[in-house]
Design a protein around this ligand. Structure first.
Ligand SMILES: [Fe+2]
Length: 142
């Protein structure tokens, strides 16, 4: 397991939290394959998982971005969010499939290292801000 859910990750929104857990699960599934180190070729499985992760990340980012708008989140924070989302999608899209084929374990490990750190930072520094904003809004309603 390369990234594990902690209570600290909660953004006070059950839908967003659930989607973050799912992203972690996909990253961990890929990590499990890298950990096998059994000498077999796992290229197809890895590519399939990467594609699944990319698809799910896009779905999740779209959901979050629709919430920024629906909840009236300010444009500065929304802009940072959108930029970070793009950098994640670009990173996954830029994975060199030739490199992955030739140097499977190292490539997967370096990508997983980036993705898990990115997700950790993104949730704790960026999404959490949005969570605090939602919580604040809720409190004001009384
Ligand atoms: Fe997120």
């Amino acid at each position: 397991m390369i990234i594990k859910w902690r209570d600290e990750y909660s953004c006070y929104d059950p839908v967003i939290d659930e989607q973050h857990r799912k992203l972690m699960e996909l990253i961990n599934q890929m990590n499990d394959i890298a950990d096998l180190d059994d000498g077999y070729d796992h290229y197809d499985e890895i590519v399939e998982l990467f594609n699944g992760l990319k698809e799910y990340a896009v779905y999740h980012f779209n959901y979050e971005e629709s919430q920024f708008e629906a909840q009236g989140y300010d444009s500065f924070n929304t802009k940072i969010q959108v930029l970070e989302h793009k950098s994640f999608v670009n990173k996954v899209a830029a994975i060199d499939l030739y490199e992955l084929d030739e140097n499977q374990n190292e490539t997967v490990r370096s990508v997983l290292d980036f993705l898990s750190k990115w997700l950790d930072h993104h949730i704790l520094d960026t999404d959490k801000r949005f969570g605090e904003f939602l919580k604040e809004k809720e409190n004001q309603k009384g």
